[in-house]
Ligand binder design. Sequence first.
Ligand SMILES: Nc1ncnc2c1ncn2[C@@H]1O[C@H](COP(=O)(O)OP(=O)(O)OP(=O)(O)O)[C@@H](O)[C@H]1O
Length: 259
Amino acid sequence: MAAPPDGEVLRAHGLHHAYGPTPALWDIGLHLREGEVLAVTGPRGSGKSTLLHCLSGRLRPTGGEIFFRGKPLHSLGRGARERLRLRHFGWIDSSPRLVPELTVRENTALPLLLHGAGHRAARKAAHEWLDRLGVASCARHRPADLAQDQRQRVAVARALVHSPAVLFADEPTAPLHRSDRAQILRTLAAAARSHRITVVLTTHDLALTHAARTADVTGAALADRRMALDDGRRVRGLSPGPAPLPAPGEGEAACSLSV
Ligand SMILES: Nc1ncnc2c1ncn2[C@@H]1O[C@H](COP(=O)(O)OP(=O)(O)OP(=O)(O)O)[C@@H](O)[C@H]1O
């Protein structure tokens, strides 16, 4: 499924969601192109996770429309959404869920093997991502042998190994120390740049996204725009965040948000 000519990956209009009588999202719209990084911010309970679950097809929204590469996602049945998700999306959240019986390398290679890749190619790609995340030396270990931040790095490697079109990251750095947080965010930003992966992440920690932008990293910074939510609604009138740093690649586009 190729991206439309303008590079649009994800678009949503008038997104609503309610859990029974509890409204969680109101009239959210957005538009993201290849390689853009969007940070969704807001206090607890403001709807950040619900937005990611809807956009990623994990949850069918109560109302509104979502398009992935120009094709409707909101109207797909559960099975079709699941297939699309496995093929085109990656997901990480604050608690890495690795298969305890598999080694780190096997865990990381799993998405590629599920997509029919050969063992050798899957191992090679897994090794490359583990190396990028600084945990290649743990490749033969099992998840239980790792520290928490190492498990999270492995989860990030596994989420990126099949070069998803969109990586959804729901508070990916919440359980980590500050220095580890910045490294994970910088890796996500670098992946977005180098592999044209669109990243949608939620965070409480605005200062951190700014720190990740300005840290000393080679060519990578978190080129984010912010979308602030409160009580399920987009907060208007906030600064959209710092202007993106100069892009290393061609066609780098600012994230455009529209409601
Ligand atoms: N499964 C659920 N059933 C019922 N209500 C839910 C469910 N999940 C979330 N909610 C409610 O929906 C609203 C938005 O929750 P959501 O988890 O999306 O917010 P959030 O900004 O991600 O919060 P947090 O930062 O705490 O994860 C809250 O009022 C929450 O209580």
